[in-house]
Design a protein around this ligand. Structure first.
Ligand code: GDP
Ligand code: MN
Length: 349
């Protein structure tokens, strides 16, 4: 394997690994991170891990978005680690505020109630702006116009295995539109009316429900109720056109108008997951079982030792969340009739 030193757009040096397998045209793809300036140091850990395990072989661009201007320090220190181009954008005010149809008193009452019940982020306004933005708006930022695919990265995440192929190219070549590493059950308190609002939407737009959808992943009773299963959206590799298309744009607008992002605390993870499960062909959703990933407090670590050796993994398989009872990934394999890795049940505690 040859390597040489390159210089990125801000003049920082980076190491490029050259190997014939990585040659060929790059996809129109980028990393995207929504972050505050105060997230800087947790984010540097994430970036370094993603660069070392994946991106130094591919040099994809990285888009950073923030509801405030990024500091020069933030730009300097992030750009210094990234082998692709870096871009920094400001979220427009109307994408980070209460829409005019929201009853502010009603929203405040919810936050008060959720604070009393100690629901995670239940009293936070900014968390709700974040969830709404990640659900339905980030892909409309002009900096995202150059791209067809994105990989979402958050502060304090880590990759534990080398990724020696281009995940974006994999998505495209295999007809995938949405992918995940970790899946989990949502707190019901935060999304009490999300399912019924979704059913109302599909009653109005039955043509958007895909014939070969993955309803059996999100519902145990043929669609009457939601089973709380969702893909953990702090990691997503997905098609931007999935969200920019008419079906999802209408779905998000419908959810947004109902006010649930503020009268409850709808997360972008259940919103994206329900949309992917119902709007897509089930074969368009992919589980990256070989992407060993950590976002506090859960880890995906491949249970197959051969895979861990081949990809130089540093994670501990007994930390794996994927095959435990709190994860929905076992269900994902079952409903899609996919083969589970050898010995998965040994980790199903
Ligand atoms: P959690 O993973 O659900 O605990 O939520 P995080 O605190 O990790 O937030 C999710 C993502 O949104 C992360 O990438 C954060 O950096 C980002 N984020 C959260 N709140 C804000 C905010 O108020 N402003 C900005 N610009 N980014 C935010
Ligand atoms: Mn996070």
């Amino acid at each position: 394997m040859k390597s040489y030193t390159g210089v990125n757009n801000l003049g920082y040096q980076y190491q490029v690994v050259e190997q014939s397998a990585y040659n060929g045209p790059k996809e129109k793809a980028c990393f995207v991170t929504l972050a505050r300036n105060s997230d800087l140091y947790g984010l540097l850990r994430s970036i370094k891990s993603v660069e070392d395990r994946f991106n130094n072989k591919f040099q994809y661009d990285w888009v950073f978005l923030n509801d405030e201007e990024f500091t020069d320090e933030f730009k300097r220190l992030t750009s210094a680690l990234i082998s692709g181009e870096t871009k920094y954008g400001l979220v427009p005010k109307n994408h980070w505020s209460f829409p005019e149809w929201i009853d502010l008193d009603k929203a405040a009452k919810t936050r008060e109630e959720m604070r009393a019940k100690q629901i995670l982020y239940g009293d936070s306004i900014s968390y709700r702006f974040m969830c709404r933005y990640e659900s339905g708006l980030f892909f409309l930022h002009p900096l995202m116009d150059d791209y067809e695919w994105y990989w979402r990265v958050e502060p304090d995440v880590e990759l534990f295995c080398d990724i020696d192929y281009d995940l974006f190219k994999f998505m495209k070549d295999n007809g995938k539109k949405y992918s995940f590493t970790v899946s989990i059950y949502e707190y019901e308190e935060t999304i009490k009316t999300l399912w019924n609002t979704t059913l109302d939407f599909f009653k109005e737009h039955p043509n958007y429900l895909h014939k070969n959808n993955m309803m059996d992943f999100v519902s145990d009773d043929g669609g009457d109720s939601y089973n709380m299963c969702h893909f953990w959206s702090n990691f997503e590799v997905a098609s931007l056109d999935l969200w920019r298309g008419e079906a999802y744009m209408k779905y998000f607008e419908y959810l947004d108008k109902s006010g649930g992002f503020f009268y409850e605390r709808w997360g972008d993870a259940p919103v994206h997951s329900i949309a992917a499960a119902l709007l897509l062909d089930r074969n368009e959703i992919h589980h990256f079982d070989d992407v060993a990933y950590y976002h506090p407090p859960f880890t995906q670590c491949p249970v197959d030792e051969n895979l861990r050796i081949k990809n130089k993994c540093s994670c501990k398989p007994s930390d794996d969340f994927t095959w435990t009872g709190y994860s929905c990934t076992n269900r994902y394999y079952t409903v899609n009739k996919l083969q589970k890795p050898k010995g998965w049940h040994l980790f199903a505690s």
